[in-house]
Design a protein around this ligand. Structure first.
Ligand code: SDX
Length: 378
């Protein structure tokens, strides 16, 4: 029995009931558990926001302190996982390395005690704590260096930048990175979160849920766009080349990376906040000519496609912030994954409570009752 017509990409089809986040795509509003993203970016930290998303309310001071301490204590990854990562090819994409490493956590911790709150908290803490260490470790190992052990004195974001760049980060850089993680933590029923929920609905372990979501996030139409935006800026090379480049894209009906969104038909509020963060970094650490190119692209695309609701999304300015923080381009999407683990875990818990396996239907448009044709007659 089919209750609604087929919609490619499930456009506008509710796939779950959720209280984790909400987006008003016409007003450009994003809320996590009812709190506006601008409020959280201004006042919160990534771990506090992760707690809010996963457990449904802002933590008390004691709850936050113990949560931060538990994550700090679990930052180190098992030597056997590190040794496994040493076998990965240096030329491999860090998102593939992350997907394999996240899945490997399941070999050590899965147990699948899904109704035990202690198991659930352990999985949440371990995944939030281990994923950044894995990303940084892969980066150092592919450069031929030994991974740097976590720095117990630094907070979540400061420690990641320390493990990645092998030096203590500037406090402003660490704070701006933490805000980037807040902005990327959750976004209703995006493709990777949907993937996480489908995987969670089979009652598999949370490590498989995150590995499934990482694989989905890596595509250029989803989390992989931030890397493509920088490649586009480098290809354009100067402000005067923007108009011909964009006109050529439109001529070829090619998608302009970092623009457009299934839900937002105005500028993504996260893009606006990221622009402000980029300007703070440029003021302190020096300007980036690619920012001028990016602003010209935004002006031209708004002129030509604004009428169709095509505006910058979260991926358009994030790469400029990450470049200034010394993060290599092909780590932009793994950084997106570090943040989105919080949202995926929140949806994992919500899906467990829903307790119903995803099994949609289809509109069949193939043949019926065809005879089997022997191979010699084909
Ligand atoms: C993220 O879902 C989420 O919430 C995702 C995310 C999150 O936080 O999880 O917000 C993160 O994934 C952001 C999106 C990053 N991807 C990109 O920047 C890649 C470029 N963007 C497009 O591929 C596209 O806009 C999507 C995939 C993001 C949305 O695609 P839709 O909703 O399926 O839109 P569509 O492809 O059906 O396009 C509708 C029209 C088409 O024109 P017509 O055929 O109707 O004439 O809009 C045009 C498209 O050609 N269009 C674009 C465009 N995006 C849509 N034209 C030029 N450049 C673009 N980027």
């Amino acid at each position: 029995m089919i209750v609604c017509e087929f919609r490619p990409g499930l456009e506008d089809i509710p796939a779950a009931q959720s209280s984790i986040s909400d987006v008003d795509g016409h007003k450009g509003i994003l809320e996590y558990r009812g709190i506006r993203i601008e409020e959280l970016a201004e006042n919160s930290t990534f771990l506090e926001t992760a707690y809010l998303l996963i457990w449904g309310a802002l933590p008390t001071a004691d709850q936050l302190t113990s949560f931060e301490q538990e994550v700090r204590e679990h930052r180190r990854i098992k030597y056997r996982i590190r040794d496994m990562m040493k076998c990965f090819p240096e030329s491999g994409h860090p998102m593939d390395a992350l997907q394999a490493s996240a899945a490997a956590l399941g070999l050590f911790y899965s147990r699948r005690d899904l109704h035990n709150p202690i198991y659930i908290r352990d999985a949440v803490v371990r995944l939030l704590a281990n994923i950044p260490t894995m990303v940084a470790a892969f980066q150092l190992m592919r450069k031929g260096n030994d991974p740097v052990p976590p720095h117990d004195e630094l907070d979540y974001s400061g420690n990641f930048l320390y493990m990645l760049n092998e030096k203590q980060p500037d406090p402003l850089a660490a704070r701006i990175f933490d805000v980037c993680l807040i902005l990327h933590a959750e976004h209703t029923m995006n493709a990777s979160t949907f993937s996480a929920r489908v995987t969670a609905s089979t009652l598999t372990d949370p490590y498989a849920v995150v590995a499934s979501a990482v694989g989905t996030l890596g595509g250029p139409l989803h989390g992989g766009a931030n890397e493509e935006v920088i490649q586009m800026l480098e290809e354009i090379g100067s402000v005067k080349n923007v108009v011909p480049y964009i006109e050529d894209c439109l001529q070829r009906k090619a998608k302009i990376m970092g623009f457009g969104h299934r839900v937002y038909k105005v500028k993504d509020p996260r893009a606006t906040i990221l622009q402000n963060l980029a300007e703070q970094l440029f003021a302190k650490f020096g300007h980036d000519k690619y920012y001028d190119i990016a602003q010209e692209i935004e002006r031209v695309v708004e002129e030509k496609l604004g009428g169709k609701g095509i505006y910058p999304n979260v991926d358009f300015y994030s790469g400029l912030v990450y470049r200034k923080l010394g993060i290599p381009t092909d780590l932009f999407t793994p950084v997106f994954a570090i943040a989105r683990v919080a949202g995926w875990l929140a949806h994992w818990k919500e899906q467990l409570a829903e307790n119903r396996i995803f099994r949609p239907t289809q509109v069949y448009n193939g043949h019926h009752n065809l005879p089997y044709k022997p191979i010699e007659q084909r």
